[in-house]
Design a protein around this ligand. Structure first.
Ligand code: 3HC
Ligand code: NAI
Length: 687
């Protein structure tokens, strides 16, 4: 049965799409839409058409799962569908709820009128999939909302709300109450208006940009940092430029050319792969299907340090009350003070109201009384990274937490099973590893202990969604997924300094690759002293020496780099001396190091560690590892993630690179069996 059905309401033909879950514009939908418009044109008694969707949303775009398959090219393709709609001899009204995204918005733009409920969102997220709108979106949108707004929408991919769209003229009327009924009434009002307004024929809103073509370069400049490395944003700009410089018919051809060029490229493949990777990550394997989550009404957090405060904010922002416990009043006051200041900073940017700040802080119960955790349904420990301290905390928790409460540790490296073993309820224990700053970073590693109960995992996954995190399940191993893969990278980066590379050179390779920063910039930001033994007389390596010199990174104005008072880094002669001193001590000969060697020793080794994580079953799937790296460490999404990227380089080449470096990788380095097997078989990690 076609997902598109038609029905009459007086003179109006109502065209309804029912293609769950998001009314994606797959082949059957496209075909159904064209038939429906043909039906409207063929029937004299039809005076206007309303297109409306059932379920949660208006068309959320092209069917991404068809991309790369013959179905995507089966006529009618979307450009033909939208042209057919616009060419309809009767007025067509799009009735929008949920999200009109990508091809969905393009359908709406081709309609002669658009009405929407106030909660609807409209946007062109194609850039996030590595492509640009491909069905006239870049040509029609600027004609309706003007070039500056259209540029912002297509190049960033961020949607706008219906109210803003109404103000811009993108939505003709906001509908309160029953959408279909009011859309039909609207269609009756406009049924006889002639000429029928067609967005492709307008050009009044292009005048501003025609008078000031420099605005494109200004836009490029203003967003250069955000768009660095991505191909699609520049293509969206070029397409909108064509809308301004050329007649509609030619502009559409230019859009099509740019669209096809991107569609066949690696970035689009990577970003579309990642779209599905992110959604797959929330599926936990090996759980009974009917597992029900536990109810979480109040959360407890132990420790109001760097992590405890940020973790608490996630729940407060989602309206969940938090009890936060500290050892000393001063630490408690410091922690809650930072939380309040963070909220106030958000409010000063207009992203929160003063009432919302008070509302969130009003849900917080700061206390020194450990027993106050007794009524919490989930308690997250974020105290010092020390097994004895954690065991002590969990022993105490076991005595006071109510039955069924979930007990979580935010540990970065420690063994969750060992922590669970000090309690009488290891089935209620798991790791919830947030990333710093915990109120901002989207990633959450859910660490599944040997005995963690299914409903505990399901609860954690559901809660992650509620606090807008992307969660990935990891097994118990040192550093879980993300930090474990950092270890070989960090070790090799340090070793490369001894052999002749500079911190700047190593970092440059990572930044040019697309990472937000390199290993040494990251160390300076996070704190060179993190995990340091804190004995200034014990100096065994470069890092010990920098720590002993209090070169702890940005917070001290010095680390692997020197910093000026505006925190701008410059290469440090002191660090160069320290490196030289150790080079002589260890007796390593200085040589020229190529960028390729840096890649092989820091990035290929990470891939190798990822493959080990996979072969040990510490990640459920290769794509989960990629989600960790994109959301936890800023791996460039246009390279998909370390596993996807390795597949694009070719596993044979990755193995060959590691073998080239084998002698330099240290005696503890071993190649992943999974990696070598897959390379030999010509297989991929992500399949
Ligand atoms: N194609 C195919 N499947 C899609 C899809 C799409 N465009 N959008 C969502 N889905 C699937 C998801 O994979 C998921 O499947 P699953 O249940 O099997 O995992 C399911 O629909 C539900 O999706 P979400 O979990 O994301 O549901 P939410 O309610 O959280 O979000 C949404 C809904 C806001 C619509 C979100 O899914 C979304 O942003 N989708 C992508 C929209 C998009 O990028 N559209 C542009 C497509 S490209 C295009 O149109 C090209 C054109 O210009 C020619
Ligand atoms: P921190 O040192 O900033 O804060 C720890 C807080 O816990 C301190 O305020 C301390 O007073 C308090 N505390 C210690 N013992 C306590 C007890 N028995 N009862 C109540 N409060 C107690 O440490 P941070 O950085 O917040 O780290 C906490 C945990 O989070 C560690 O396990 C760490 O490995 C992990 N983590 C840290 C990340 C980071 O980037 N800082 C990232 C992810 C995880």
């Amino acid at each position: 049965m076609s997902p598109i059905t038609t029905q009459r309401h007086g003179d109006i033909l109502i065209v309804t799409s029912n293609n769950p879950p998001v009314n994606a514009l797959g082949h059957a939908v496209r075909e159904g839409l064209v038939k429906a418009i043909d039906e409207a044109d063929a029937d004299e008694t039809v005076k206007a058409v309303v297109i409306v969707c059932e379920g949660n949303t208006f068309f959320a775009g092209a069917d991404v799962s068809e991309f790369g398959t013959p179905k995507a090219f089966e006529p009618p393709m979307l450009p033909q569908v939208v042209d057919r709609i616009e060419a309809c001899a009767k007025p067509v009204v799009a009735a929008i709820h949920g999200t009109a995204l990508g091809g969905g918005l393009e359908v709406a733009l081709a309609c002669h009128y658009r009405v929407a409920v106030p909660s609807a969102k409209l946007g062109t997220p194609e850039v996030k999939l590595g492509i640009i709108p491909g069905a006239g979106g870049t040509q029609r949108l600027p004609r309706l909302v003007g070039v500056p707004k259209a540029l912002e929408m297509v190049a960033t991919g961020n949607p706008i709300g219906a109210k803003e769209a109404h103000g811009l003229g993108l939505v003709d009327r906001l509908i309160e109450g029953d959408l279909e009924q009011h859309a039909v009434a609207f269609a009756e009002e406009v049924r006889d208006v002639r000429p029928i307004p067609k967005s492709s024929e307008r050009d009044d809103k292009l005048a501003e940009a025609r008078a000031n073509p420099a605005l494109f370069d200004e836009f490029r400049k203003a967003n250069a940092k955000k768009f660095r490395g991505f191909d699609a944003p520049e293509a969206t700009i070029k397409a909108v430029q064509a809308a301004v410089a050329k007649p509609y018919a030619e502009g559409v051809l230019e859009e099509r050319r740019l669209f096809m060029e991107l569609m066949t490229g690696t970035q689009a493949r990577a970003q579309q792969y990642f779209f599905f990777a992110e959604r797959k990550a929330s599926k936990i394997e090996g759980l009974p299907e009917d597992t029900k989550p536990r109810d979480i009404r109040r959360v407890g957090v132990i420790g109001a340090g760097t992590m405890g405060g940020g973790i608490s904010m996630n729940f407060l922002s989602a309206g969940i009350p938090v009890t936060i416990v500290e050892m000393e009043q001063a630490a408690l006051d410091r922690g809650t003070g930072i939380m309040r200041r963070n909220y106030e900073a958000t409010a000063s940017k207009g992203k929160m109201t003063a009432d919302q700040v008070e509302g969130a802080m009003g849900l917080l119960n700061p206390t020194l009384d450990f027993d106050a955790l007794a009524d919490c349904d989930l308690i997250i420990e974020a105290v010092f990274e020390n097994m004895d301290v954690k065991k002590d905390v969990f022993t105490r928790l076991d005595k006071i937490a109510k039955p069924g409460a979930i007990l979580a540790s935010n540990t970065s490296y420690l063994n969750i099973d060992e922590i669970a073993a000090v309690t009488s309820r290891p089935e209620d224990v798991l790791g919830l590893h947030f990333f710093s700053p915990a109120n901002i970073m989207k990633l959450l590693e859910i660490v599944r202990g040997a005995r963690t109960a299914p409903d505990v995992l399901v609860t954690a996954m559901q809660l992650a969604k509620k606090i807008r995190k992307v969660a990935v399940v990891a097994g118990v191993c040192y550093g879980f997924i993300g930090n474990r893969m950092l270890i070989p990278r960090q070790m090799q980066a340090m070793q490369l300094l001894l052999e002749g590379a500079t911190p700047e050179q190593v970092d440059k390779v990572h930044v040019e690759f697309g990472m937000p920063m390199g290993p040494f910039q990251m160390a300076d930001l996070a704190g060179v002293d993190i995990g340091w033994h804190r004995d200034p007389t014990r100096i065994e390596n470069i890092r010990d020496k920098l720590c002993a010199m209090e070169r702890w990174g940005q917070k001290k104005g010095a680390g692997f780099y020197d910093y000026d008072d505006k925190r701008r880094p410059s290469p440090s002669p002191v660090v160069a001396e320290v490196i030289e001193e150790f080079r002589q001590k260890v007796g390593v000969e200085k040589r020229d190091i190529t960028d390729q060697e840096i890649m092989e020793r820091t990035i290929y080794t990470m891939v190798n560690e990822g493959a080990k994580i996979l072969e040990e079953g510490m990640a459920q799937r290769a794509s989960d590892i990629d989600v960790v790296w994109v959301y936890g460490y800023g791996w460039p999404v246009y390279r998909g993630g370390p596993m996807f990227w390795a597949d694009t380089v070719g596993l044979k080449e990755i193995v060959a690179g590691l073998e080239r470096q084998q002698d330099r990788l240290g005696k503890d380095f071993t190649l992943s069996r999974l990696l070598t097997d897959k390379a030999a078989a010509g297989e991929k990690l992500t399949r």
